[in-house]
Structure formats: structure tokens, C-alpha cells
Design a protein around this ligand. Structure first.
Ligand code: NOJ
Length: 540
């Protein structure tokens, strides 16, 4: 990885498909997705046209945060299967020419991890210093709500947890911790995985002395902690100890980073990581989302990151994942035809100068689910939100509404394989999103006009003409337009999207550009003067 990465490297030309293992496919009928289910489902990922599969955590875990609370770095959680099942998954991926990227939580472990248990049992022993302890907590608040410090029963000190109280932050200052994590990464790379998505990697380096935060609320705190003093040093260390030794990709989850700070990390002349994914579209505060979301802002994010990362740098493009309400619910229009909206949004991000990440179900236009009772919530963050809202005197209905508005469960429902569901034989662990008609894989694979087929076509463009659709320079041609998103790729690629339910005439300079090109892909009729509601056209 040291020095320049080749321009045509696979993690730029291939697209990523994110699988949430609990919810992808259940092979053994226990109601929870598993590795055998993923293995069986990889053909569908390949058929879509993705080339890299990112698996949310599959490691041993008590599953309070569905695997982001790891209790074993070198073990598969029995809920998902065995090491042999994982090896079978890798073999099938290899057969299909799919790369597998694992999600690793390295900022914290579960308090069930043997290291934490040893730290509790023997406060004078070596594992105590694997975590961050203080006799008196500072004012930091946990991202999930409530204080970021907890005192174990019978213990004299508090441990830091930026997330749930069962997710204790690791002390990266301790070289033994760093070596444990590097060793675990090499273990999986030696097995044949092709890289990692590094969970909240930007907050592993805490400020010396752990001072009070000027604004201790979760999001400002997150921003304050992002890119701490030793982050670069440790990422370089990680690169030397791990990434430089393999043909692999390192993708950093980058909450709190702006393009300039991200560019320093993925700087092609001295890359610490290969890609960072930013939070402008996945910010949980949701202030820019909802009915009247701001299209000009939406477009400006792509532009800002393309410019910020620079012509030699490389972006990833994550618009939806397992941590949010569904992409289409945040940036669509509930009154418009789902299929058209899904296509327009897909064309907005898949053809960017970046590696696109497709979150399972987004390719079908899968929307938010319906939650009517607190018992239907699974997400630890949503349950904490509900509990805190009630403790502050909100009514049952108000507390539930607050939790439903933010819960990550919307994106975690079982993947719809068929009109009936087809997830598995058992009762699914989370109630499926109601199928409002045609939002399932079988139906869409059989329909050449489906959202799935459209997404497939966009991914195929990247494969067939990488010069234009992967590497071509990016330019937003109508940054101020309130609804039309028209961008240029390379010398001849042109994408026209109407991000609204109103028809819009194409401005004259765009019409002139279309006259020199042919329409190679469209979600409806080809028109050179006017864009229909949520219509998409790709020209070259
Ligand atoms: C980010 C992950 O995407 C999220 O699901 C998790 O809860 C937090 N990091 C904590 O690990």
C-alpha cells in the first residue's frame, strides 16, 4: 500500500454490496440470517453486478449491538455458523470472483470479552490497561444516550464507553492492544478475506487527559474526538503491520471527518487507509432529511467530497447502511412511484467518481418498516432513546414516536427474496417490512424495468466503461438548480436526474450537450427538453 496505489486497482473498479448477516438469509430456519444463507445468496449479489461483499460483524458477540460488541476477534459467532461455514462462504465468493470484506469493531469490545472480564477480575493485572478507566468520570455522553462512563458493581473505577455501556472502549495507547488487533486482522487476511471496514476508526485516539468536552452531547463529542492526536501514527502502524503485507482494502468509517481531514488519511502519496466513508448522508441527526429535503445541499455533498479528496484521491460513496432509516425514506417522496425514486437515487450515487456501496435492499427500493409497539424495537440505540424519553416525562406515545423516528431497525428487516418473504423457514427475528408490491428480488429480477434491473445496468456501466464511469472527472453542471441533478463524467458521460415530483425543463446549455450524445440508459421515455418526475437519463 505504501507509495502510489495503481489507478485500476480492484477496490476502485468494483462496487461494494453491504450484507447485514442477521437479515440477509436464514439457511437453518432459526429465524436469524447466517453464513450458510449468505453463501447461498452470493449468486444474487454477483447477478446484481457488485464485486465486493462487505459483511457487518460475524464475530463472537452477545449481540447487544448486533455484533458491533465483539467478544472474540478470531471466532465466528455460533448464531451465524462455524469457521467451516465461513470457509465455505469464502470458497463460494472466490468461485464467483467476489471479494469479501469484514467489518471489525476496533474502538471497543463487549464487556463479555475475556480481556474485559480479566480486567474486572484482576485490577492489578495486564488486561486492566486494555481499557480506559477513571476514578471520576468526565462530562462525555454516550452516542447512544446517557453518560459515557459506567462503574462495574464492586469496582472502584469507571470505564469509558462511547457507545452502549456493554461496549467498553479499548485503550489504544497500550501497544499490547494494538498488536492484538493487528494480529486478529492478519488472521482473517490469511484465511483469504480481502480487507476490512474499520468501525468508528476515527475515534480510537482520545485526547490526552480526557478533558471535559465543551459540548458533551453525543454528536458534538463525536466530532471533537474524530481524528485524535495519535490517529495518523496508529493508522500508519496498522498499514505497516497489516495492510502493506496483503492485497487488501482498508475502509475507514469516518464520523466527524471533513473532506480535508479524510484526504490526509487517504492521500495517495502516503495512504493510511484506502477509503474513508463520510457521514454527510448518514448523519443520524437527520436535520436535512424528510419531506422537503434540500436537493441543493444533497448535490453539494457529492461536489464537496469530490473536490475535497482531489483528482488523485479516492472516495467511497455510502448513502444508506444498517445505521439509518432507509435511503429512499430519507431522500425520496412517499407520494411518488417507488420504482422511479429508487432509480433516480441510484443514478445519483452509483455513477459518482467513487466506489459505490449498495446497502442490501436499497437496490430494490426497500423503504422504512412499520413499528407500532415498543416490543417491536430491537435496536439498542432506539430502546435507549425510548427509555430516556420516558424518564424525561414524555408520554408512552411520544417516547415511542421518538424511537421510531430514528431506529436503525428500519434498515435491518429481513431481505425480501420473494413476494412472500423467502428469508427462511423460521419466524424472522425482526418483523419484515411490509411488501407494498413488487419490492422483492424474485419479482424484480424477472422485470427488466425494475429498480434492481436499473441498478444492475448502472453497475454494468462502471464495468464496461471505467474510463468514463469510474475514473472520469466529475462536474456538477447545475449545482444551484432546486431539483435537477445533472453531472458530467469524463469527456462524454452525462447523468440527468430529476429529484422531484414536478416535471422540469432542461436548461438550454444541457440540451446542447445532449445533442452531441446518445441516451444509453433511461428510466422512461427519452426526452431532450424536459425531465419528467423522478426520471433519469444517462447519456454518453
Ligand atoms: C458504527 C456501526 O455502524 C454501528 O452499527 C455501531 O452501533 C457503532 N459503530 C458502534 O460500534
Amino acid at each position: 500500500m505504501s507509495g502510489h496505489t495503481p489507478r485500476e486497482t480492484w477496490w476502485k473498479t468494483r462496487s461494494v454490496y453491504q450484507i447485514y448477516p442477521r437479515s440477509f438469509r436464514d439457511a437453518n430456519g432459526d429465524g436469524v440470517g447466517d453464513l450458510a444463507g449468505i453463501t447461498a445468496g452470493l449468486r444474487a449479489v454477483k447477478a446484481l453486478g457488485a464485486g465486493i461483499v462487505w459483511l457487518s460483524p460475524i464475530f463472537r458477540s452477545p449481540m447487544v449491538d448486533n455484533g458491533y460488541d465483539m467478544s472474540g476477534y478470531r471466532e465466528i459467532d455460533p448464531l451465524f455458523g462455524t469457521m467451516a461455514d465461513f470457509e465455505a462462504l469464502l470458497a463460494e465468493a472466490k468461485r464467483l470472483d467476489l471479494k469479501v470484506v469484514l467489518d471489525i469493531a476496533l474502538n471497543h469490545t463487549s464487556i463479555d470479552h475475556p480481556w474485559f472480564q480479566a480486567a474486572l477480575a484482576d485490577p492489578g493485572g495486564p488486561y486492566r490497561d486494555y481499557y480506559i478507566w477513571r476514578d471520576k468520570p468526565n462530562n462525555w455522553q454516550s452516542i447512544f444516550g446517557g453518560p459515557a462512563w459506567s462503574k462495574p458493581e464492586g469496582d472502584s473505577a469507571y470505564y469509558l464507553h462511547l457507545f452502549d455501556k456493554t461496549q467498553a472502549d479499548l485503550n489504544w495507547e497500550n501497544p499490547a492492544v494494538r498488536n492484538e488487533i493487528y494480529g486478529a486482522m492478519r488472521f482473517w487476511l490469511d484465511k483469504g478475506v480481502s480487507g476490512f471496514r474499520l468501525d468508528v476508526v476515527t475515534v480510537i485516539s482520545k485526547p490526552p487527559g480526557l478533558p471535559d468536552a465543551p459540548d458533551p452531547r453525543p454528536m458534538p463529542l463525536y466530532h471533537m474526538l474524530a481524528g485524535g492526536p495519535r490517529l495518523h501514527e496508529w493508522l500508519r502502524d496498522m498499514r505497516r503491520e497489516v495492510f502493506d503485507r496483503y492485497d487488501c482494502v482498508a475502509i475507514g468509517e469516518g464520523p466527524g471527518l471533513n473532506p480535508e481531514r479524510a484526504a490526509a488519511i487517504v492521500n495517495p502519496a502516503d495512504p493510511m487507509l484506502h477509503m474513508i466513508y463520510h457521514f454527510d448522508f448518514v448523519d443520524h441527526t437527520g436535520s436535512r432529511q424528510g419531506e422537503d429535503w434540500d436537493r441543493v445541499w444533497f448535490k453539494s455533498v457529492f461536489d464537496r467530497w469530490d473536490k475535497g479528496i482531489g483528482p488523485d484521491g479516492w472516495n467511497s460513496c455510502v448513502v444508506g447502511n444498517h445505521d439509518l432509516r432507509r435511503f429512499i425514506a430519507r431522500f425520496g417522496d412517499p407520494k411518488a412511484e417507488t420504482k422511479l425514486v429508487a432509480k433516480a437515487l441510484a443514478a445519483s450515487y452509483i455513477l459518482q467518481r467513487a466506489t459505490p456501496f449498495i446497502y442490501q435492499g436499497d437496490e430494490l427500493g426497500l423503504g422504512d418498516t412499520i413499528i407500532t409497539k415498543v416490543e417491536e424495537l430491537d435496536d439498542v440505540w432506539a430502546k435507549t432513546t425510548y427509555r430516556l424519553a420516558k424518564s424525561k416525562g414524555n408520554s408512552e406515545a411520544e417516547s415511542l414516536a421518538k424511537a421510531v423516528a430514528m431506529t436503525r431497525d428500519h434498515a435491518r428487516t429481513p431481505y425480501p427474496w420473494t413476494p412472500e418473504g423467502g428469508f427462511g423457514a423460521g419466524k424472522p427475528w425482526l418483523k419484515p417490512t411490509p411488501n407494498r408490491g413488487g419490492v422483492d428480488l424474485a419479482t424484480q429480477q424477472g422485470d427488466e424495468h425494475s429498480a434492481w434491473a436499473f441498478c444492475h445496468g448502472l453497475l454494468e456501466l462502471r464495468t464496461k466503461d471505467p474510463e468514463t464511469w469510474v475514473f472520469g472527472a466529475y462536474e456538477d453542471l447545475l449545482p444551484e438548480h432546486e431539483s435537477l441533478f445533472v453531472y458530467r463524467r469524463g469527456t462524454h458521460g452525462l447523468v440527468c436526474v430529476n429529484l422531484s415530483s414536478e416535471p422540469w425543463p432542461l436548461p438550454e446549455p444541457i440540451v446542447a450537450l445532449l445533442a452531441e450524445r446518445s441516451c444509453i440508459f433511461t428510466s422512461g421515455d427519452i426526452t431532450t427538453t424536459q425531465m419528467g418526475p423522478w426520471s433519469t437519463q444517462v447519456w454518453a
